[in-house]
Design a protein around this ligand. Structure first.
Ligand code: XBP
Ligand code: MG
Length: 267
C-alpha cells in the first residue's frame, strides 16, 4: 500500500511547546489569584491527561479540598483556560516557540513527494493557528489539508477519535497514512486508529512506553543537526530521517499469497 498522507501531532511533535503551556498555565493562575503554580516535575506528571481543561479538572480532583470547593474551582476552569490560552498564543505570536529539529525540512520533503499533510492534536485550535503562523508564516495554514484538534472530538488522546476524524476528513484509509507523535497517549491514539506511527519524544515524554511504534527517534534530525549514531543505528541512508526512508519503513509489503511464498522459497 503506498502512503498518501502524514498526520502530525502538534505539541511535542511539530514544536516542543509544553514548557510554554506550563508557563501560560502559571501566568493564568497568578492573573486570577488562584495561589497555584505547576513545577516542571508536577506538570510532567499532569501531562498524563491530555487537554488543558481536562488536565486542570484532574488536578483539582487530586487536591485535598471539600466537594463544594472543588465544584467552585471546576466552574472556573473555562475562564482559567481562556486566560491560559491568551498567554500561550501571545508567547507563540511573539516568536517564543520554534519548530523542532528537522520539522521544516521534513514538511517540505513530504510536500515535494506529493504527500498530503494533516494535523491531529488535542490542543486548542487557536494555539495551532498561532504556532503555525509564527513558525511557517502564511503557508502554515495552507500546507495542511486537515487540522483536526481540541474539542472537535468527545474523547481526547489516548482515544483514537481525533485520528479517526483526521483520516475521515482526509478521505484516506489508515494503511495509507503515517502518524508522527511525541507521547504515549498520542501513540496509543494513532495505533488505535490503525496508523503506523513514528515517535520523536521530548523531555516531557522521554522514557515512556512506546511499544507498538514503527520507529522511535530522538528527533527527525537535520544535515546541520545529525542524529548521534546514525546512519547505522535505526537509519540506513543518513544521520537524519528523510521522507523516502520513512515511506520505505512504513510501507508494509502486502502478505505473500501461497503461490508467491512457494516461488520465494524455491528461488
Ligand atoms: C497536547 C495536549 C494539550 C496541551 C495544552 O496536545 O494535551 O492539552 O498540553 O493545550 P497534542 P490546551 O500533543 O495532542 O498536540 O491547553 O489547549 O489543551
Ligand atoms: Mg503531543
Amino acid at each position: 500500500m503506498s502512503i498518501e498522507a502524514l498526520v502530525f501531532d502538534v505539541d511535542g511533535t511539530l514544536a516542543d511547546t509544553e514548557e510554554v503551556h506550563r508557563m501560560a498555565f502559571n501566568l493564568a493562575f497568578e492573573q486570577l489569584g488562584l495561589g497555584r503554580h505547576w513545577s516542571q516535575a508536577e506538570y510532567r506528571a499532569l501531562l498524563a491527561v491530555t487537554g488543558g481543561k481536562e488536565r486542570m479538572k484532574a488536578y483539582i480532583d487530586s487536591l485535598p479540598l471539600g466537594a463544594s470547593e472543588k465544584k467552585r474551582l471546576h466552574e472556573r476552569v473555562p475562564a482559567i483556560h481562556a486566560a491560559k490560552t491568551q498567554h500561550y498564543t501571545d508567547i507563540a505570536r511573539r516568536g517564543g516557540i520554534e519548530l523542532r529539529t528537522g520539522v521544516l525540512r521534513f514538511l517540505e520533503e513530504a510536500q515535494d513527494a506529493g504527500l498530503r499533510l494533516a494535523i491531529a492534536s488535542t490542543t486548542t485550535a487557536v494555539n495551532i493557528d498561532a504556532l503555525l503562523q509564527a513558525t511557517l508564516g502564511p503557508r502554515g495554514l495552507t500546507m495542511f489539508d486537515v487540522i483536526a484538534c481540541g474539542d472537535q472530538v468527545r474523547a481526547k488522546k489516548p482515544a483514537s477519535d481525533i485520528y479517526l476524524l483526521a483520516l475521515e476528513t482526509l478521505g484516506v484509509p489508515p494503511e495509507r497514512a503515517i502518524a508522527i507523535e511525541d507521547s504515549p497517549n498520542g501513540l496509543r491514539s494513532a495505533l488505535g486508529a490503525g496508523l503506523w506511527t513514528l515517535v520523536t519524544p521530548t523531555f516531557w515524554t522521554d522514557g515512556s512506553d512506546f511499544s507498538g511504534a514503527g520507529l522511535v527517534l530522538p528527533s527527525l534530525g537535520d544535515p546541520g543537526q545529525p542524529l548521534a549514531g546514525e546512519p547505522g543505528g535505526r537509519l540506513e541512508s543518513a544521520a537524519w530521517l528523510g521522507i523516502d526512508e520513512l515511506l520505505q519503513m512504513a510501507t508494509v509489503a502486502p502478505p505473500l499469497n501461497a503461490v508467491q511464498a512457494l516461488y520465494r522459497e524455491n528461488s
